[in-house]
Design a protein around this ligand. Structure first.
Ligand SMILES: Nc1ncnc2c1ncn2[C@@H]1O[C@H](COP(=O)(O)OP(=O)(O)O)[C@@H](O)[C@H]1O
Ligand SMILES: [Mg+2]
Length: 294
């Protein structure tokens, strides 16, 4: 499958860098605002995005995207490189605030509250909406301290015993406890890549978020670690809403209930994962999932 993935990426780069995208499907070009195919809304959403646009200077990177993320749901975001998946993900916990050229418009509600509202403090927001990155990035601290750090700075604990409990519970939820319980004082960076990523997931759930954003969390992992993280995602879904960007359509199919297909800043299609992969409704989605465009 790795081969399929790299072919996909190369195909896109060729198309993108050397010649304009051919209008092989009628819907490919001449659009300022594109209607998304499929149901963007869910009942009782955790996150509701409406008409979100993102600009980096003059570049219009996200074009009028509306979508919901449900409670207890994994939403997969797929699409060719550079189509705006990471940019969109970063809107949800305001990570784009750190990019000076970046401007975000539109509305993003978390439990009905506007996350870009003037009274919103990004520090507690990022505790509610945590993020796991492509490359595992443990702090240069012990395994224990990696997990304990968040609860400490967010003032979630009163005592060492309580902190110990949170650390153990988080490592258990991340399916890492048995592998590290006898060496909690060892450096987090001494773990294998897959263990480091599960440590980062433990770190992110230690602060009891509502939403976990994952940007290609398995692309630096071997297949066994990937399988472990995928199993974990499925377990975590019970308690959190998860948005996962992935380059692997197989992974999207395995872990998500709904999938969103992005293309050059547009949300082309969104729907139940099985439907989208088995019976895509938009030509561009079909071209991508069949490997004709990627
Ligand atoms: N910090 C940035 N400054 C300027 N342009 C950016 C920045 N980050 C991303 N972009 C541009 O925004 C578009 C979307 O990028 P990105 O969200 O990283 O896509 P994806 O995650 O789908 O590969 C790309 O054209 C990219 O070059
Ligand atoms: Mg990305």
């Amino acid at each position: 499958m790795t081969q399929g993935k790299s072919m996909t990426v190369n195909a896109f780069e060729d198309t993108h860098e050397t010649k304009p995208v051919k209008p092989q499907s009628t819907a490919t070009v001449h659009r300022d605002v594109r209607e998304t195919v499929g149901e963007v809304r869910v009942e009782d959403p955790r996150i509701r995005c409406t008409d979100v646009n993102v600009y980096y200077g003059e570049k219009h990177a996200i074009k009028n995207i509306s979508l919901d993320v449900g409670k207890g749901e994994v939403l997969a975001m797929i699409g060719p490189s550079g189509c705006g998946k990471s940019t969109f993900l970063r809107c949800i916990n305001r990570m784009n605030d750190t990019v000076s050229s970046c401007r975000v418009t539109g509305e993003i509600l978390l439990d009905g509250e506007d996350i870009n509202g003037r009274h919103i403090d990004v520090v507690p927001l990022r505790a509610r909406v945590s993020m796991v990155f492509q490359k595992p990035n443990p702090f240069p601290k012990s395994i224990y301290e990696n997990v304990a750090f968040g609860p400490k700075i967010h003032g979630l604990v009163q005592s060492k015993a309580e902190l110990d409990e949170i650390v153990e519970a988080s490592l258990r939820k991340a399916n890492l406890w048995d592998e590290v319980k006898d060496r909690l004082d060892d450096p987090g960076l001494g773990l294998s890549g897959g263990q480091q990523q599960r440590l980062c997931i433990a770190r992110s759930i230690a602060i009891e978020p509502e939403v976990i954003l994952m940007d290609e969390p398995c692309s630096a992992l071997d297949p066994i670690s990937t399988a472990k993280v995928e199993q974990l995602i499925d377990e975590l879904r019970q308690n959190y809403s998860i948005c996962i960007v992935t380059h692997s359509m197989q992974q999207a199919a395995r872990v998500s209930q709904r999938t969103a297909y992005f293309h050059l800043g547009d949300l082309i299609e969104i729907g139940k994962t099985d439907d989208l992969f088995i019976k895509p409704r938009h030509q561009l989605t079909e071209d991508y999932i069949t490997g004709r465009f990627g």
